[in-house]
Design a binder for this molecule. Structure first.
Ligand SMILES: Cc1cc2nc3c(=O)[nH]c(=O)nc-3n(C[C@H](O)[C@H](O)[C@H](O)COP(=O)(O)OP(=O)(O)OC[C@H]3O[C@@H](n4cnc5c(N)ncnc54)[C@H](O)[C@@H]3O)c2cc1C
Length: 478
């Protein structure tokens, strides 16, 4: 039997999802076809919006029979161009946003079963209403979806305490590239029964299958939270303060985020209602948060005690411990709005790198030197999850300068920064993945045996190479 032509395929897709679930007009498709950073603008045969796992399976079966590429998309907030199709208009984009039911919450088992299209903030809210915590948290949580979070193995601001997305999953339901459904929705914390397939699919960026549902691991809801913005002399003091805080609090540190002064200045300039909580400017800051049992007051007292010792030891220069929920939200706002403020400040280059925590100061110092030599006038905007050794070493164009020459230098500067991260035992992509943007980096830094293994895994799941083509790796040639 010959493969159906795209027009026949379109008929099949319409029949599967109904006319309202199949977007064929350019204007309707437009929001799905450009990525968050506006690096890529793709085209698609159709944007389909299934409501059930059975519909996803039928779509994938139809595409597999037609040998047509499939691009899964969640909230489309990814930073590496993984969720948009190529420019030739031959692929089908599958948006998971209507597959968004919370199927079950098992409070005694500390698990919840959710569909891929649930927005992360909704998942957090549902867990909270059941008296539980789903700790994955990132600035895009109002629009990113759990399927996207799991497919990118998202990190965020609580990794230090709870791990990355892959550490918060017990089971998965996945539509594989031939249209078959793997029901791995197990709620077990112990299950040593062969290769851990779900770990291959987590962080696969939609290249091995479409995640349709997941069993998430929940945690106790902390009754006490204490948050501080602390000015520190330099990144070295920040990493030492982190180590002290972890020991002194019995490892109750949930968040430890670094911010250069320039990050705050961008926020003050571009985010309405933001203000400096400290009386004078400092060069470097951390946002630190403890959480645990007991009462807020006791935890705040512990945090204040450790900070007082840090001032004595020269590890901290000034600081404010939030005295209310509102003040806590304002401190968090300073951190969470940095990406948006940087976007509004003009062209930017992003480097999502990680090294062992102990090497973060050297990374920031040497990367700053590289940029000063390679891109004079560019503004370094370094911030991020320093508690995990993950720095968003971003650059903004010089005030009022032409963005074109600045952006044109991007690949060369990125290469230098990624080489430095590699030299320090680090990664060129800490939490944003590979997608389309970082494929050359994957070959460069994970070449040889590792790259061969990655391609072999891709080939085992998707020998035809139809699942998110052109992202991460290709299957081996047949
Ligand atoms: C303001 C802002 C802050 C951010 N902060 C962080 C942060 O702190 N930490 C972090 O890790 N990331 C961060 N990100 C990046 C982004 O939000 C995350 O990568 C997020 O996990 C992507 O989810 P999404 O639903 O938007 O996925 P999308 O962007 O839609 O897709 C991302 C990738 O996953 C695939 N995919 C999506 N859904 C599925 C599915 N159901 N099955 C299979 N594949 C799928 C896509 O094909 C694509 O390759 C941030 C982004 C923004 C805009």
């Amino acid at each position: 039997m010959s493969a159906p032509l795209p027009s026949a395929l379109l008929e099949r897709l319409r029949a599967i999802v109904g006319p309202r679930g199949c977007l064929e007009v350019e204007a309707d498709q437009a929001p799905y076809l450009r990525d968050e950073r506006d690096l890529y603008r793709g085209r698609a045969v159709a944007v389909v919006r299934p409501r059930t796992t059975a519909e996803v399976a039928a779509i994938v079966t139809a595409c597999a029979e037609a040998r047509v590429g499939i691009v899964p998309q969640g909230g489309n907030t990814g930073y590496v161009g993984g969720s948009v199709p190529g420019e030739d208009g031959t692929e089908v984009l599958v948006s998971l946003s209507r597959l968004n039911r919370i199927r079950d919450i098992d409070a005694l088992n500390y698990t919840m079963t959710v569909e891929a299209g649930c927005v992360l903030a909704e998942v957090q809210r549902a867990a909270r209403e059941a008296g539980r915590l789903f700790p994955l948290s990132l600035a895009a949580e109002g629009s990113c979806q759990i399927g996207g979070n799991l497919s990118t193995n998202a990190g965020g601001t609580a990794v230090l305490r709870y791990g990355n997305a892959r550490d918060l999953v017990l089971g998965l339901e996945v539509v594989l590239p031939d249209g078959s459904v793997w029901d791995g929705l197990r709620r077990l914390r112990k299950d040593n029964t062969g290769y851990d397939l779900k770990q291959l699919l987590l962080g696969a960026e939609g290249t091995l299958g479409i995640i349709t549902a997941a069993v998430l691991a929940l945690h106790p809801l902390p009754s006490a939270v204490a948050t501080a913005l602390v000015a520190v002399p330099d990144p070295r003091a920040a990493t030492r303060l982190l180590a002290t805080l972890r020991s002194a609090s019995g490892d109750q540190v949930t968040t430890f985020e670094y911010l250069q002064r320039r990050c705050l200045e961008l926020v003050f300039a571009h985010i309405e209602g933001s203000a400096d909580p400290l009386p004078r400017p400092y060069g470097h800051y951390v946002l630190a948060e403890l959480s645990g049992g007991g009462e807020d007051g006791a935890l705040a007292a512990l945090l204040e005690e450790v900070l007082a010792e840090a001032f004595e030891a020269g590890l901290a220069l000034d600081g404010v411990v939030a005295a209310s929920r509102e003040q806590r939200a304002r401190l968090w706002g300073l951190r969470e709005t940095v990406p948006e403020a940087q976007k509004r400040a003009g062209a930017c280059l992003k480097h999502d790198i990680s090294v062992p925590v102990s090497r973060v100061p050297e990374l920031i110092e040497r990367a700053t030197g590289l940029v000063e030599a390679a891109l004079p006038g560019a503004r370094v905007v370094a911030f991020g999850h320093v508690g995990d050794g993950n720095v968003h070493f971003n650059l903004s164009q010089a005030h009022g300068s032409d963005p074109e020459p600045f952006l044109a230098r991007g690949p060369d500067v990125a290469r230098q920064i990624h080489d430095l991260a590699a030299e320090l035992g680090g990664s060129f992509s800490a939490e944003h993945g590979v997608g389309r943007l970082k494929r050359p980096e994957l070959e460069r830094y994970r070449g040889g045996v590792e790259h061969d293994l990655l391609r072999a895994v891709k080939g085992a799941f998707d020998p035809l190479g139809i699942m998110n083509p052109g992202k991460v790796v290709d299957p081996p040639r047949r």
